[in-house]
Structures are given as C-alpha cells and as structure tokens.
Design a protein around this ligand. Structure first.
Ligand code: PBG
Length: 315
C-alpha cells in the first residue's frame, strides 16, 4: 500500500477525507461513445447525455464552471468483439481531455469489458466458463492504455477475482506505481443497473452476471469481497448499488481501514428523476437526502449521476 497514491493529488486526497462532506467527494459519471451517430439521450438519467469526442470538452468545461472536477468515464467502442480489443479511441480522447484540463480535474476510467464484448459480459467466456487468464490480461492491458492516455486512476468493475492485483502489477511494472486503483469491491448482481446498460450498450446477450457479481442476500460474502480486493491492492473501495448497501459500509471500513465510496447507481438515481418528473418529490432535496445518508453511513466518496449539481445543492 502506497499512501502517496491518495495524498499527492488534491482532489483525490479530498475524496478520502473522513467526517467531512466536500464537493470533490462527488464523482460524476460520463459516457463517451465512439460512434458520433449514436443516440445521445439516456432514458431515466435526467439531463445526463451520452458524449462524443466532438463535445466532451465542452461538457466538462461546463461542469468545471459549476465546480465539479471529479469524473469517472465509461467508454463505448463502435465495434464489439469477443477476441480482439484495443483502447485506441479511448486513449485519444483521454489525451485530448488531459491536454485541455491537465490537473484541474481528476479522471477515473471504469475498467471493464461489458461495453466491448459482443456477449455484453464483463469478461471473456470459453466453454461457458470464465476465461480468467485471458480476461485479466486484456483488462490490465486496457487499464495501462487508459493511464498512458492520462487517466488519473482506474476503476476495475468486472468483479473478477484477481483483477485488482493484475491491474496493479501491470501499472507498477510500467512506472505507474503512483496511479491509484478505485475498486468496485462489493458489487451486487443487481436489478438497478438498467438505465446504465442502455447507455453503455452493455446488456448481457446470454445469462446474467451472477457468476461474477455478488448475491445481495449474502452479507458475509459481500464484506469478504471488499476485503479481498483490498488485499489485492485497491486504494479505494466501493459498495454498489449504494443506497441498497448502506449497511455494509461500516463493517468494510472497520475491517479494511480504507476509504469507501458508494455508487448511487443508475436505477437508484432514476427513481428520483421519475418521482420528480411526476411532481411527487422535489428533486434537489431528495438527491441531497440520499447523499446525506451515504455520508451518515460512513462513505467517504459518492458516485452519482447528479454530482454536477453539488454546488446548486449547497455542497
Ligand atoms: C460495468 C458497470 C456497470 C455499472 C458500472 N460499471 C453495469 C453492470 O455491472 O452491469 C452500473 C452502474 C449503474 O447502474 O449506474 N461493469
């Protein structure tokens, strides 16, 4: 564990502050599609839009003006494959973003294969079994490309055993020892990822994700999973879906002593959007209440589709 990974950057350092609620603890997800012709609206996610190389700078500039400077990127390539992957378009966009904003912002990149594979799965399968060796190698290589493009940190979300360790070793052996890993560490096979999968074009074409995501009825295993990814070398941990995992934050923090975040997932965020659209709640107050409950439960950082509104909400 290298504590400097979290302290050498202001924004990342703020993310892990305990007993404080500051704006840098809110991470804004951004979807970037390679195909400029794809649909940009995202059903359920309010004003969130799919972005492209041509408008990503403009969009981040707007967020930055509103004080939002911590982002997690989800890349969606034009062509899917089950065998050949590269991260060229992603690297190009990252270089463009970094050139424009440099250290004014922090860019995390979600590291997974579900938007890349024809199968829509987070990993590669062979004879209906997960091919660990190949999946880990490909993902770690892609992680390295993201960091070469200028990502400030990577966020492995596949939940594959060994992914954090293998991504860490890859970065370390290429002089990126200082780059932090934010691990999706307790991630359930949840019903609440629907709007995301539409945006990320990542629905599984067969089966479901229960062979690698966690069973939400099993508390003990949910806690163990975060401990495992912590032991693999994660710098930051995460529970997901956030609102449905509030009970897990404290036990994980006690066991690992590492900063933990909560991902307010697409289905959770959409519920607020729908309620507000139907005039059943006030959006801003409702959103703020959910964030406050993450903080009350002991989360350091929050990933939310409404992070860019933090200033408007008084944070
Ligand atoms: C990719 C990934 C998913 C989410 C974040 N990263 C989808 C999934 O696991 O199916 C979900 C986020 C959301 O619903 O907001 N593996």
């Amino acid at each position: 564990m290298n504590p400097e990974r979290l302290s050498s950057n202001d924004i990342i350092n703020n993310m892990s502050l305990k007993n404080k609620f500051v704006r840098d603890q809110l991470v804004q997800p951004i979807f970037i599609h390679e195909d400029e012709k794809s649909e940009s609206s995202i059903p359920g996610l309010g004003k969130n839009r799919i972005l492209f190389k041509s408008n990503v700078i403009e969009s981040i500039s707007r967020d930055l003006k509103n004080g939002c400077r911590n982002f997690i990127l989800f890349f969606v390539p034009k062509n899917k494959s089950n065998t050949r992957f590269n991260a060229e378009f992603q690297e190009n966009i990252l270089l463009k973003i970094k050139k424009e904003f440099d250290s004014e912002i922090v860019i995390w990149v979600d590291l997974c294969l579900c938007s890349f594979t024809k199968s829509g799965h987070c990993c590669l399968f062979e004879d209906q079994k997960i091919n660990y060796t190949e999946s880990l190698k490909i993902m770690s290589d892609i992680g390295l490309s993201y960091v070469r493009g200028g990502a400030d940190g990577i966020a492995p979300s596949s939940m594959l055993n060994g992914i954090v360790n293998s991504a860490r070793m890859k970065l370390d052996s290429h002089n990126f020892k200082h780059i932090p890993i934010m691990s999706y560490s307790t991630k359930f096979a949840s019903n609440f990822y629907g709007p995301f999968r539409a945006a990320a074009d990542s629905s599984p074409s067969f089966g479901d994700r229960t062979s690698y995501q966690l069973d939400y009825t099993d508390k003990e295993n949910a806690i163990k999973s975060s401990i495992k990814f912590s032991d693999e070398g994660a710098d930051l941990l995460m529970v997901k879906p956030g609102l449905l995992s509030l009970d897990l934050i404290e036990p994980i923090a006690l066991k690992t002593k590492k900063p933990i975040g909560a991902y307010q997932v697409s289905g959770e965020y959409s519920s607020l959007v729908y309620l507000a659209d139907n005039k059943l709640i006030d959006f801003d107050s409702g959103l703020l209440e959910t964030w406050s409950s993450f903080k009350r439960a002991g989360a350091q950082y929050i990933i939310s589709y409404g992070s860019r509104y933090a200033k408007r909400l008084g944070i």
